[in-house]
Ligand binder design. Structure first.
Ligand code: BMA
Length: 383
């Protein structure tokens, strides 16, 4: 028998078969474990359940869902998704931006006290929580969009902003460890760090740091939260923006040992304005994500999506659903319903009560492919 270097290999076929079997068993056992070997029981269960539901259902999520919607803010129990469908979403996104500065509210004015309350309520309903972090530029003090290069290198050990970054991580960690379920258990959270890192609009983007720097930053951050802060209630989501090929997708991937969920963000508009053009691109990226996630035994997800103001009233059943239903993503997070913005265009990505795509949104929910609160609470994903 020749090995791949063309040399003779004297191993007995029986022994070889045994070794192959052992590696297969190891891989299969490994298949349903999250990246942090010390993850809490509930966090491990969340990974295992999301992994096994991959390709079976798509949990629908919405950023800032219980905080505000089009024409309202902080009305207890209210949600645009619930106003339209009668149910809360299955997944909830919130953002930590400015927690690093010790602010009482985030970059979109959501008080962190409310975020904590909404997370605890969502968890009690059996929902999944994912957090993004539009953290300021630690080098310049500007926002996350201050894309002057050099910040990633500066926060790594030995860099001029490493100490500052540690104080920021300590604040994030304090928040993450304050999230408790009814029995006092830590609430599992999908932490979506350094999102859209193949774009060049954030300080952690592709023109702002090298692949090696962002990989180091990712790994350093995850290890700090696990080892120094003893946080074991986290699943880690790697996510790019839309991408052209697997090489682009993987260029900045920090490694299987620190990632649980693999996704990308995509919006209809600009170059992807026409339905057919968008569908084609979206479908192509989902195909690539499916095979990358399968080969690495990770959970594929659509980490952000939307078509601002949903100008096409049948968009949900003629564009979104026909593309996603044939793919393996286990959740899809629609971006926030900010509503009317001072001096700007309205911003919303899910319908609100009686808006033009409300009926079509309900029609999509009746397809059985997409799950809201009832579809997730019945799955007991934390057990
Ligand atoms: C963007 C917009 C902004 C917001 C930011 C962070 O896509 O919604 O208004 O500040 O996300 O949430």
């Amino acid at each position: 028998m020749k090995n791949s270097f063309g040399k003779r290999c004297d191993m007995k076929p029986g022994l070889l078969a045994f070794i192959l079997l052992l590696s297969f068993v190891r891989l299969s056992l490994h298949a349903q474990e999250c990246a942090d070997p010390m993850a809490t029981k509930e966090t491990k269960a969340l990974f295992k359940n999301l992994y096994s539901l991959t390709g079976k259902t798509i949990f629908f999520g919405h950023q800032d869902d219980p905080c505000y919607g089009v024409g309202w803010k902080y009305i207890p129990g209210r949600s645009d998704v619930k106003d339209v469908t009668g149910q809360y979403p299955a997944l909830y996104g919130f953002d930590l931006g400015r927690i690093e500065l010790g602010w009482p509210h985030n970059l979109d004015s959501v008080p962190f006290e409310k975020t904590k309350q909404f997370i605890e309520e969502a968890y009690a309903r059996g929902g999944v929580i994912t957090l993004s972090w539009h953290l300021n530029n630690p080098l310049t003090g500007g926002t996350a969009w201050d894309n002057k290069p050099g910040a990633a290198a500066a926060v790594l050990p030995g860099g001029s902003k490493n100490e500052l970054y540690i104080t920021w991580l300590d604040r994030v960690a304090a928040f993450l460890s304050s999230l408790k379920g009814k029995r006092g258990e830590d609430i599992p959270v999908v932490l979506r760090l350094f999102h859209e890192l193949n774009g060049a609009w954030f300080w952690w983007g592709k023109d702002q740091c090298t692949p090696d720097e962002i990989k180091q930053l990712w790994r350093y951050t995850a290890r700090y939260l696990q080892k120094n802060k003893n946080l074991h209630n986290l699943l880690y989501a790697y996510n790019t923006d839309k991408f052209n090929d697997p090489a682009e997708y993987m260029e900045r991937y920090p490694g299987d040992d620190v990632i649980d969920i693999m996704g990308f963000d995509i919006y209809q508009g600009n170059a992807l304005k026409e339905n057919a053009v968008f569908m084609n691109f979206f479908n192509r990226d989902l195909n690539m994500l499916d095979s990358i996630a399968v080969s690495r035994r990770k959970i594929p997800a659509l980490t952000e999506f939307g078509y601002n103001t949903i100008p096409d009233p049948s968009w949900w059943t003629t564009v979104f659903l026909p593309v996603v239903e044939s793919h393996r993503i286990v959740y899809a997070l629609a971006w926030r319903n900010a509503g009317g913005k001072p001096g700007g265009q309205a911003e919303y990505y899910v319908p609100y009560k009686n808006s033009s795509s409300s009926a079509d949104f309900n029609k999509m929910m009746q397809s059985g492919k997409i799950s809201l609160e009832a579809g997730i609470s019945s799955k007991n994903i934390y057990q």
